[in-house]
Design a protein around this ligand. Structure first.
Ligand code: NAP
Ligand code: ZN
Ligand code: ZN
Length: 354
C-alpha cells in the first residue's frame, strides 16, 4: 500500500478537508496515474453530503470522477499505456466483466451489480472500505478502465468529458440524435452545457431549456439553435409536440409534465439528473395520448467513453471551465448550488501540494 494526499468529506455536514488515504500498489494489470485535473460533478456534492438514500455514503469519502493525468507506473501486463501518456479515468474502475451487459461494453449496467464506481463503491481490493476518487494526487486503476486522451485538447477542459460528456453522449447516441432530429436539453450546468455542444455537433436541431434568463446568450454561444426560459409558458408553448428527444439534467426534483408535452408522438424524455428527492409523478395521460416514453440513462460504458473522447478530439470540443485550487472546493460546492459556475469547476491538483 502507498499513501496519497487527498481531500476528504468526513461526514455529511462537514466541509471537505486535507487528509491522506491509502492506495494499492500497482498490480500487473494496473496503471498508476498522477492526477493533474479533476472536474467537480454535482454527484460529488450529492455523495459528499449523503443525499442519495439509495446509495448511502461511507465516510471518509473522496469524491471526483472526472480525472485526467499522466501515467506514472504500469503493471507488467499493461500494453496500451506507457509512462508519461496522458490518461483519464471516469466514473467506473471495474465491473464483473462476464455478464451480458459487461460483454456488450455496458459496464455501468453490470447485471450482477458488479460495477465498481470510482468513489463510494465497496473496494474489491480491500485497500479501504470503499473506493476513493479523484480529489487526490494519484490513483491506481485497472488498464481496461483507463481512457486515452488526445494531446490536441486542453487536459483541464477534457476532465469534465469523463462524466458530464459521456452522460450526455450516451443517451444522445442511444436515442439517435442527429440530422433531422429535434433535441431538447434541460438545465445549463455541467451536464447540460456538454449536452448542447454534443447534440449540435451530432447535427441535431438543439434547443436548451433553462430556468436562468441570464444564461440565454451562453446557450446560443454554446450551440443551441433556440433557448427557452422554461418558466415562461408562452415560450414553452412555441415548441409543443415537436421534440424527438429531451434529455433532462436538472439536479433537483421538479414537475416533468411541461417537458413531456413538448415531445411529439413516440418521443422520449430521458432523465439523467439524479436529485435527492423524487420528481412528482407526471400525468399519465401526457404519456399515453402520444405514446411517449420516459427513460433514464447512466453515464456510458468504457468503449463508448473512448468513442466520445475521440469524437470530442475530432470536433475540438471540450468543457467550459473555471479552474480552482482544491482549497476552494467547499466554496465551489456552494456556488454550484447557486448555479454560479460557467459551466464546470475543475480542480488543478498541483494545489494539493500546498
Ligand atoms: P449542475 O452543474 O449543478 O447543473 C444542474 C442544472 O440544473 C443547473 O445549472 C440549473 O440549470 C438546473 N437547476 C438547478 N436548480 C434548479 C431548479 N431548482 N429548478 C430547475 N432547474 C434547476 O449539475 P451537473 O453536474 O450538471 O449534474 C446534474 C445532475 O445530474 C445531478 O443530479 C447529478 O448527480 C446528475 N448526474 C447523473 C449522471 C448519470 O449518470 N445519470 C451523471 C452525472 C451527474 P439552469 O440554470 O439552466 O436552469
Ligand atoms: Zn459525475
Ligand atoms: Zn457485469
Amino acid at each position: 500500500m502507498t499513501t496519497a494526499k487527498a481531500f476528504t468529506a468526513n461526514s455529511a455536514a462537514s466541509a471537505l478537508e486535507a487528509s491522506s488515504i491509502p492506495r494499492r500498489q500497482v498490480g500487473p494489470d494496473d496503471v498508476e496515474i498522477r492526477i493533474e485535473f479533476c472536474g467537480v460533478c454535482h454527484s460529488d456534492l450529492h455523495t459528499a453530503r449523503n443525499e442519495w438514500a439509495a446509495w448511502p455514503t461511507v465516510y471518509p469519502c473522496v469524491p471526483g470522477h472526472e480525472i485526467v493525468g499522466r501515467v506514472a507506473k504500469v503493471g507488467s501486463n499493461v500494453k496500451s499505456f506507457r509512462i508519461g501518456d496522458l490518461a483519464a479515468v471516469g466514473c467506473m474502475v471495474d465491473s464483473c466483466g462476464s455478464c451480458a451487459s459487461c460483454k456488450e461494453g455496458l459496464e455501468q449496467y453490470c447485471d450482477t451489480g458488479g460495477t465498481v464506481f470510482t468513489y463510494n463503491s465497496p473496494d474489491p481490493h480491500g485497500t479501504a472500505p470503499v473506493t476513493y476518487g479523484g480529489y487526490s494526487d494519484h490513483i491506481v486503476v485497472k488498464e481496461k478502465f483507463v481512457l486515452h486522451v488526445s494531446d490536441k485538447l486542453n487536459p483541464a477542459a477534457v476532465a469534465p468529458l469523463l462524466c458530464a460528456g459521456i452522460t450526455l453522449y450516451s443517451p444522445l447516441k442511444h436515442w439517435n440524435a442527429g440530422p433531422g432530429k429535434k433535441v431538447g436539453i434541460v438545465g445549463l450546468g455541467g451536464l447540460g452545457h456538454m449536452g448542447v455542444k454534443l447534440s449540435r455537433a451530432m447535427g441535431a436541431e438543439t434547443v436548451l431549456f433553462t430556468t436562468s434568463p441570464n444564461k440565454v446568450a451562453d446557450g446560443k454561444r454554446l450551440g443551441a439553435h433556440d433557448v427557452v426560459v422554461s418558466k415562461n409558458a408562452d415560450e414553452m408553448q412555441r415548441h409543443q409536440r415537436s421534440f424527438d428527444l429531451i434529455v433532462n439534467t436538472v439536479a433537483v426534483a421538479h414537475n416533468l409534465d411541461p417537458f413531456l408535452s413538448l415531445l411529439k408522438r413516440d418521443g422520449t424524455l430521458v432523465l439523467v439528473g439524479a436529485p435527492q428527492h423524487p420528481h412528482p409523478s407526471p400525468t399519465i395521460f401526457n404519456l399515453l395520448l402520444a405514446r411517449r416514453s420516459m427513460a433514464g440513462s447512466g453515464i456510458g460504458g468504457i468503449r463508448e467513453t473512448q468513442e466520445m473522447l475521440n469524437f470530442c478530439a475530432e470536433h475540438t470540443l471540450v468543457s467550459d471551465i473555471e479552474i480552482i485550487p482544491i482549497q476552494e472546493i467547499n466554496n465551489a460546492y456552494e456556488r454550484m448550488l447557486k448555479g454560479d459556475v460557467r459551466y464546470r469547476f475543475v480542480i488543478d491538483m498541483k494545489s494539493l501540494q500546498k
